[in-house]
Ligand binder design. Structure first.
Ligand code: BV8
Length: 225
């Protein structure tokens, strides 16, 4: 089991140029969450939801991992299975920085979920044009992303890791969305030391033994060093 669990949120990708959700120029600025990140929104207006995710998927080609992603990949090279990264992000910047032990609890932009056969397949194009599922051929793909009201991926593995880790570090998240926002309390309950690395105090800052505030691109490499 991993000795160190690192939870990451949109803030770790901010310095790569990926907009966060709740900061001034955030992703939600142009949209209400309920209009693009719920199953009901997808039923009501699938094209708007598909265009929202198609745009974010296309924008991945324009961004690169930053020193925070790279520092976590370097840490994995040093400690191997002792590190697990649980990310709320749906970008692939952890992987492109070299991390291999990553759980995307809210899914991934570069994956498609077929509503006909339930297969999850790698996908990098645009979904608004109704491409066929690589598995069953049905034109019924949706973003392989966990929306509000849906169950996050690999929760059992995550809860096991929180129950046995010695250190829980949260990087770049507002602590606004559950169950991720509750992970610090679970880790604490099992005796882990907890550290928050965030630009500003998050909604759950007081649950952490220690909190350091500043850009992830500086705080994470300093912590890994
Ligand atoms: C579930 C994918 C049941 C989509 C996302 C009432 C009370 C409590 C809970 C609920 C409630 N009503 C409903 C709920 C549950 C709900 C929820 O929590 N709602 C909230 C709004 C109250 N949760 C759910 O529905 C979840 N499912 O509960 O199922 C269940 C649970 C467990 C087990 C079985 C069943 C599913 C939620 C998933 C939603 N999908 N993302 C997409 O990407 O489009 S959420 C999305 O927002 C993210 O994935 C992330 O999880 C969340 C928060 O975003 P952050 O990553 O934190 O980003 P944010 O912009 O908010 O903050 C950025 C932070 O970075 C800031 O603090 C900023 O200061 C900092 N920062 C900025 N720049 C930098 C920086 N830090 C460092 N360096 C920088 N340079």
């Amino acid at each position: 089991m991993a000795r160190i669990v690192v939870l990451t949120g949109a803030g770790i990708s901010a310095e790569s140029g990926v907009p966060t959700f709740r900061d001034a120029d955030g992703l939600w600025e142009g949209h209400h969450v309920e209009d693009v990140a719920t199953p009901e929104a997808f039923e009501r207006d699938p094209d708007t939801v598909q265009r929202f995710y198609d745009a974010r998927r296309a924008a991945l080609a324009l961004v690169e991992p930053n020193p925070a992603h790279k520092a976590l990949a370097e840490l994995e090279r040093a400690v191997g299975d002792d590190l697990l990264v649980v990310t709320q992000n749906i970008d692939d910047l952890h992987e492109r920085a070299g991390s291999t032990r990553v759980i995307h609890m809210h899914g991934e932009l570069l994956s498609a979920l077929c509503r006909a056969c339930r297969r999850r397949t790698p996908f990098s194009g645009a979904m608004v044009d109704h491409p066929p599922c690589p598995g069953c051929g049905a034109s019924d793909l949706r973003p392989d992303v966990v929306w509000f009201g849906e169950i996050p991926y690999r929760m059992e593995e995550i809860l096991d890791a929180l129950g046995s880790c010695e250190q829980f570090v949260s990087v770049g998240t507002s602590g606004a969305v559950y169950p991720a926002a509750g992970f610090v309390q679970q880790a604490r309950a099992y005796g882990a030391r907890t550290l928050e690395l965030n630009l500003v105090p998050s909604e759950g800052s007081f649950f952490f033994d220690e909190a350091r505030h500043g850009p992830a691109g500086e705080l994470v490499p300093a912590w890994v060093a």
